[in-house]
Design a protein around this ligand. Sequence first.
Ligand code: PEP
Length: 244
Amino acid sequence: MSRRKLVAGNWKMNGLVASLAEFDRISAGAAAVSGADALICPPATLIAALAGRGLALGGQDCHAKPSGAHTGDLSAEMLRDAGASAVVLGHSERRADHGETDAQVRAKAEAAKRAGLLAIVCVGETLEQREAGQAVAVVGSQLAGSLPEGATAAEVVVAYEPVWAIGTGRAATPEDVREIHAALRAALVGRFGAEGENFRILYGGSVKPANAAELFAVPNVDGALVGGASLTAAEFLPILQAAA
Ligand code: PEP
């Protein structure tokens, strides 16, 4: 089974108009890498400004409804209209800061499909859950609750992001990643049959140029969701090259 790797950058709440030059450096470097897909998810305020500058763009969240009285929210259709082709959903920072549930993430994934956006659905256990031996059960439950019925690999990418590895500089070990990605693959095949083999499963959590290659060598790791190291071309491009 050959799945083309995807390296998606999550800029989180970072990026001003002044960041356009760095984006252009990332875009120019990514254009020279043909063996893997690249995507940057900037703050939504920058999507329209960055659209058409050569690199695929994603949002970091969306509302489940297409429009309406939801002050401060953005719909999947709006992200698409601004130039996005993807959206990150259920990131642990959204789950923690905004109390997002699996059911809400699932509704947002359905909205992404409705708008024609690729949904990057995040799952991941906390340190307490890992230390209690619950990691496989937690991510399995999040996956089951967050993915829409009948989802396909063309519509959904899964991202395993252990909460304790995000922004800490402490990436999961290849052994940890192997175990969880194998469990996620088995769950996808169990639910979606042969199509389950086609879903890309990204690893996220302190991916850097120094550890990208060993993480990409783990079976069922089909790319990365990258936070801090996606903010500069100097860090993002070596990660993309390691995936190619
Ligand atoms: C993320 O925000 O999804 C992430 C993985 O962050 P970092 O790479 O900084 O750990």
